[in-house]
Design a protein around this ligand. Structure first.
Ligand code: PEP
Length: 247
């Protein structure tokens, strides 16, 4: 039985004050039986990490540099993230892929840097609306996974989490049905199982895309959905905690 992971991606939202209030709200509440991860904007990682000391809530980054150190203005290395207390780092979020042209290959390098520093990458994959309508969802997800597997080997995925995030469901309020999400999660697990049965059984595959307290219970009841990567609904402590409580 895989433990349920609920990760909040705060994106570029909030202020120092609102972030402090959000962390205080999450700490004061009850998350149920799930593991919580919060991914604040990078400038708040140290602050949030300090506030989470002594709790079971883990800290995550929203991205990680594909290089270790040097002339990479604006980037943050995995080692630095580790120093801030990060246990997780999102890589390949669709906003990074679309707005900042991050390629499958670059995402695989970012993934590798996280793993090398003992940070668990949360590898985001997922198709656009156009790709879904063309019937190429599985091909797109397979390509995004293969970029990492071919570069890093299947064994590297042991130390990772996958987030299936259909792009058309992110921030749109259009959630995938539990059946649509389960079908892709099952596809991902079968694909991994063909390479390594143990990796496939152990890896947590999260769903992301307009998940909230109302729809989370049905999504998380599916056998291959092991948690959620939450955007909008992670910005209010009660909403975020309610997702955990729905398991
Ligand atoms: C996300 O950005 O990863 C996400 C799932 O956002 P939202 O929950 O707002 O759709």
């Amino acid at each position: 039985m895989r433990p349920t992971l609920i990760a909040g991606n705060w994106k570029m939202n909030g202020s120092l004050q609102s972030v402090i209030e959000l962390v205080e709200g999450i700490k004061a509440g009850e998350a149920g039986k799930v593991k919580l991860v919060v991914c604040p904007p990078a400038v708040y990682l140290m602050k949030v990490g300090g506030m989470l000391d002594g709790t079971d809530i883990a800290l995550g980054a929203q991205n990680v540099c594909d290089a270790q150190a040097g002339a990479y203005t604006g980037e943050i290395s995995a080692t630095m993230l580790k120093e801030c207390g990060c246990e997780y780092a999102i890589v390949g979020h669709s906003e990074r892929r679309a707005l900042y042209q991050e390629s499958d290959e670059l995402v695989a390098h970012r993934f590798a840097m996280a793993v090398a520093s003992g940070i668990t990458p949360i590898l985001c994959v997922g198709e656009s609306l156009e790709e879904r309508e063309l019937g190429v969802t599985e091909a797109v997800v397979a390509r995004q996974l293969d970029a990492v597997i071919e570069q890093q080997g299947i064994a590297a995925l042991v130390q990772s989490v996958i987030a299936y995030e259909p792009v058309w469901a992110i921030g749109t309020g259009k959630v995938a049905t539990p059946e649509q999400a389960q079908a892709v999660h099952e596809f991902i697990r079968h694909k991994l199982a063909a390479l390594d049965q143990q990796v496939a059984e152990r890896i947590q595959i999260l769903y992301g895309g307009s998940m909230n307290a109302t729809n989370a219970g049905d999504l998380l009841s599916k056998p291959d959905i092991d948690g959620g990567l939450i955007g909008g609904a992670s910005l209010k402590a009660v909403d975020f905690l309610a997702i955990g409580q729905s398991v």
